[in-house]
Ligand binder design. Structure first.
Ligand code: SAM
Ligand code: ZN
Length: 270
């Protein structure tokens, strides 16, 4: 079971105090006023994670419940695969939209939720909505937890640090992630690109894990203002890859029906 965060300097357990976390070697990490702790070393902090603009776009979009169907299905799956006292990690939790739902399910069963993200800006928001979740700025590729700490690890649209997830999960632990299906956001792509393409099927094999369930979730969302359309666009990987000229095509668009198609993948650690 997870006893807590580990010190990024010496690897010893960090003991939580009112305003900070401290290890037995006296390395001390202050909590931010919002409540999260920064466990990233200063030279690995620059240029990582989502910036304020992207975070605001995602937060505004998710708050309008456009992806509530995905959150609801995720929560049902967690309900189904969890038992009393489960420990869960949400890796790359962003502003905590899904983390909050995860916490609500697991806290009913005396469970505990930890969440990390490399973006401090994201955790400022997550701290507001997930007050009882233990939050840290940390990288998925160097998780501040000992081996076999968690019963469930979740990573949604965030870096898939397979080896670390394997390490921190208990034997038979559950790993949950999501991928886009074929038609996900096709109409958004069609509004931007001359030759839009469908998503290719992804390889779902994961070394050390057995895929025990895959669940498709789809619907059509009606975006009825330009800000929502642009916010969705900024949440996608296309945002980085699209020319200014193509991005401008969204400027005059005020209504758009968009397909959302996700596949939730549930794995068990072998
Ligand atoms: C697309 S967002 C998804 C956020 C959240 N899981 C959600 O679905 O709303 C990806 C998140 O991964 C974070 N991220 C990027 N690189 C990371 C890393 N190496 N370790 C942890 N988080 C990372 C970003 O800062 C961002 O918050
Ligand atoms: Zn230490």
């Amino acid at each position: 079971m997870v006893k807590g965060f580990l010190c990024p300097v010496c690897g010893e357990l960090l003991i939580e105090e009112e305003k900070s976390y401290k290890c037995e070697n006296n390395h001390c990490f202050d909590k931010a006023k919002q409540g999260y702790v920064n466990l990233l070393s200063s030279n690995s902090q620059k240029g990582h994670g989502d910036n304020k603009l992207m975070i605001n776009a995602r937060r505004e979009f998710l708050q309008k419940r456009y992806y509530a169907h995905l959150k609801n299905k995720l929560c049902k799956i967690i309900e189904q695969y969890s038992s009393n006292g489960f420990f869960c990690l949400d890796s790359g939790c962003g502003e905590g939209y899904y983390t909050k739902g995860i916490y609500e399910i697991l806290s009913e069963k005396d469970g505990k939720v930890y969440a990390i993200d490399v973006s401090k800006e994201a955790l400022k928001f997550a701290s507001r909505s997930c007050t009882n979740v233990k939050l840290a700025v940390a990288s998925a590729y160097k998780l501040p937890f000992s081996d076999e700490s968690f019963d469930i690890v979740i990573s949604l649209f965030a870096p898939l640090a397979k080896e670390e997830f394997y390490r921190v999960l208990k034997k038979d632990g559950i790993f949950i992630t999501a991928i886009p299906d074929e038609n996900h956001l096709y109409s958004l792509k069609a509004a931007i690109y001359d030759t839009p393409y469908k998503n290719k099927p992804e390889n779902t094999e994961l070394c050390g894990f057995e895929l025990i369930k895959s669940e498709k979730i789809s619907n059509i969302i009606q975006l009825d203002c330009n800000a929502d359309i642009k916010n969705l666009f900024m949440m996608t990987p296309y945002y980085y890859k699209t020319s200014q000229a193509d991005q401008k095509k969204l400027d005059d668009l005020n209504r758009l029906s968009v397909e959302t198609e996700f596949i939730l993948l549930i794995y068990r650690k072998k």
